[in-house]
Design a protein. Sequence first.
Length: 229
Amino acid sequence: MSLPSNVHVSRHPCLMAKLSRLRSKGTESREVKSLVNDIATILGCEALATALTPVDGPKDETPIGYEYTTTTVQPQALSIVPILRSGLGMVEAIQNLLPEPVPVHHLGLYREPTTLEPVEYYNNLPHHVSSPSSEPGTQAASLAIVVDPVIATGGTCAAAIQTLKEWGVKKIVVLSVIAAAEGVKRAAEEWPGAVDIWVAGVDAELTPNGMLKPGVGDVGDRLFLTIGK
């Protein structure tokens, strides 16, 4: 299927096998959590290899006394932005990949059942809109890493991108386990010059109530055992 150039679909064999396992209705919550974490790790490795640049850091010394030049990454002003609830399942994987701890800024968005359009109910971005006079540590990140396991209609992802753009972010990387073709196109077109979307798989269809077909079900419900709520 034809996708925008800023949408990247992984072809990693292990990731594809893990996504297949995640699709199964027989996969229990504990394994769902593990699979989402593993998929986020593989996607994160691929995405951050292009989004980050290694740079020389200060000198250090090895255990046997040899001096060497350390390596750090640019940009240093990073932020992980999980979309509540299910994005929480991907946060730890990205935290473990990054060489230094970075802030985690949560966004709460849900789809209105009738229109399937996003509604924001929580936002803990510092000061929401940054400015040159903002206090240290409250300015917008240079790079925001958005984590959300499923992109369905694309409305939630597009709304998150717009919110981060208004905050002052310069670049956004979106990591998602699976996306609908039309939804990921919608999200990718929200800010094409500054957004890259990395997904493990793309499904061609949506059900009338906005679920991916065949999809992986409601990842948040599967992670937090709230199926049938």
